[in-house]
Design a protein around this ligand. Structure first.
Ligand SMILES: [Fe+2]
Ligand SMILES: [Fe+2]
Length: 139
């Protein structure tokens, strides 16, 4: 029962990672103006990080004998070429990810698997750092 709730939460996180991969790849390709110089590589590395997070979460679900989702979270990805809007949507995405991983951490409190806890905690901390970094970028 507890494992099912954990698998569901991990799948929710996986759906957000799959969405983040698409969103960041889209913004890396579409960002225009002088800020492209710095933001295109930043969005690219966020896409890569999301891909790694998705891999870790997917493997954790398999380890728990669950079935990982294959569809991204349906929350719309808004097309824009404006870097400020992209940063706003990025902050929204990272905040959402941090919230979901926060819920996963609560589910993991009773879990016996320390490797799983450590792996997910690393991702959770990375999402919190991204939220902070985006806040600073937008000041
Ligand atoms: Fe992530
Ligand atoms: Fe992230």
């Amino acid at each position: 029962m507890a494992t099912n709730a954990l698998i569901d939460k991990l799948n929710e996180a996986l759906g957000w990672e799959l969405r983040a991969i698409n969103m960041y790849a889209h913004y890396a390709a579409n960002v225009k103006g002088i800020h492209r110089l710095q933001l295109s590589p930043m969005f690219d590395s966020e896409a890569t990080e999301s891909l790694m997070h998705a891999n870790t979460v997917r493997m954790s679900i398999v380890k728990l004998q669950g079935i990982p989702v294959t569809e991204r979270n349906p929350h719309p990805i808004t097309h824009t070429t404006d870097y400020a809007e992209m940063l706003q949507f990025s902050l929204e995405t990272e905040s959402q990810a941090a919230a979901v991983y926060g819920e996963v951490m609560i589910q993991l409190e009773q879990a016996a698997d320390q490797d799983l806890k450590d792996a997910i905690e690393q991702i959770y901390l990375a999402e919190l750092r991204s939220v902070e970094e985006l806040r600073l970028l937008m000041e």
